[in-house]
Design a protein around this ligand. Structure first.
Ligand code: SDX
Length: 392
């Protein structure tokens, strides 16, 4: 009771969204995409196959997989006029600011020809987003760096093509390292979906009004940008830079305990045990640093020391704080040559398939209604207007 209205706790249960896409057991540290454990998908699958699984609900046959890959890779280019949006940004604009703006602008290029009530038209929107989001992401980086945009090279495959668009220069051939391609592809898989998190809920709420899918994904990107959500991996690297060396860890931890700052990359709204993605991310980090001969990377060493200390500290144990997906991802991305400012863009790239799968699941439900989260009113009771002369 709030003293004025009777509060029906049962209402909260009905206001959550049902979904068949992703299952999380926060206590057991389990994450399943369409019933498949993330550990098995990270080991045996690849990101485009995971995209098919999230969108259609089943792993593709060999024929379906080949057709899906062919269709996605056929549409990696963006409308040439879309590239002109970048010229409106300052060169030092945050890549996420450009990502939000340009992805939203896709509405102006593809929306008029799509009626989202038609399943085939929804499929087109889903494919266009999966195809073009890496191209837009790479363009954000290239514009920031003052470099010319690279056209997609579709024969490279989805993730290798993204690295090509990011790092190739007209001056010399660029051949992505297969170990690094595999690592980034796995990072995309780890970030592909995560149930009804803040940004996915944003996409669902925007989509429930009938807004076009490109605008809904732009809304999801905007939400993901926050440091408590997708911006955490960028915040982890800044935290590691501030700590500087293992000698400074005890003082830093004191600051965490008296709440002057948080241990970024730790804790989670759902996982109150380990985040299964963090374990795979740490292995991937290890693989990449070994491949690049960076095993003694000081940031990786510092991160491992921080993790070791936190996992044995009662403050963190009592609060069930464990590394989440963002704790090691920043170190891997840095080793791949991706700047800190692009970390959340990478997260948004990978999460687009999760967002659009949730959007499609919701839109496909004939009983769908516009979302309207209820509030618990705790403001003033009814009262009459007072003339300004009587207000004292
Ligand atoms: C993502 O929802 C998703 O699925 C998100 C995501 C996805 O894939 O979409 O998994 C991606 O967003 C991962 C989270 C990335 N964010 C960070 O790493 C930022 C640092 N983490 C925190 O801001 C925090 O852990 C949250 C926001 C993630 C969760 O916050 P909650 O729900 O408030 O955590 P809690 O209720 O479990 O907190 C319990 C206690 C509190 O202290 P007390 O009031 O009990 O004394 O733990 C403290 C919190 O203050 N706490 C932390 C902490 N996280 C929680 N203390 C220090 N460092 C932290 N990181």
């Amino acid at each position: 009771k709030t003293g004025m209205f009777t509060f029906d706790p049962g209402f909260l249960a009905t206001s959550s969204c049902e979904s068949k896409i992703t299952f999380i057991d926060g206590d057991e540290g389990q994450l399943y995409y369409r019933g498949y454990p993330i550990e098995q998908l990270a080991e045996h699958s690849d990101y485009l196959e995971v995209c098919y699984l999230l969108v259609y609900g089943e792993l593709p046959t060999a024929t379906q997989k080949a057709e899906f890959e062919r269709t996605v890779m056929k549409h990696t280019m963006v409308h040439d006029q879309l590239t002109r949006f970048f010229n409106g940004f300052r060169r030092d604009a945050h890549p996420m600011a450009m990502m939000v703006g340009v992805t939203g602008a896709l509405s102006a290029f593809y929306q008029d020809s799509l009626d989202i009530a038609e399943p085939e038209h929804r499929k087109v929107a889903i494919y266009r987003l999966i195809s073009k989001i890496p191209t837009i992401a790479a363009m954000c980086y290239r514009y920031n760096q003052g470099l010319p945009f690279n056209y997609p090279k579709n024969d490279l495959g989805y993730t290798a093509n993204f690295l090509h668009m990011m790092f190739a220069t007209p001056c010399e051939e660029y051949t992505p390292n297969p170990v690094l391609v595999r690592a980034l592809d796995r990072i995309f898989t780890l970030h592909a979906d995560h149930e009804q998190n803040a940004s996915t809920s944003t996409v669902r709420l925007a989509g429930s009004s009938g807004a076009n899918p490109f605008a809904c994904i732009a809304a999801g990107i905007a939400c993901l940008w926050g440091p408590s959500h997708g911006g955490a991996n960028e915040a982890v690297l800044k935290m590691l830079d501030e700590i500087g060396s293992v000698d400074n860890v005890p003082a830093f931890m004191e600051g965490v305990k008296n709440k002057t700052h948080k241990l970024m990359g730790f804790g989670h709204r759902v996982y109150k045990n380990f985040d299964p993605r963090a374990k795979i991310m740490k292995q991937t980090c290890d693989e990449v640093l070994n491949e690049l001969g960076l095993r003694d990377d000081p940031q990786f060493q510092l991160a491992m020391k921080l993790e070791e200390i936190a996992l044995n500290d009662p403050y963190f144990i009592e609060r069930k704080l464990y590394p989440n997906v963002d704790f090691y991802s920043g170190i891997v991305l840095t080793a791949l040559g991706i700047p800190v400012s692009m970390f959340t863009v990478i997260f948004a790239l990978a999460r687009t398939v999760g967002w659009i799968s949730h959007w499609n699941e919701m839109i496909s439900d004939p009983g769908m209604k516009i979302g309207r989260p209820r509030q618990l009113y705790t403001g003033a009771a009814r009262r009459d207007y007072v003339q300004v002369a009587q207000r004292g």
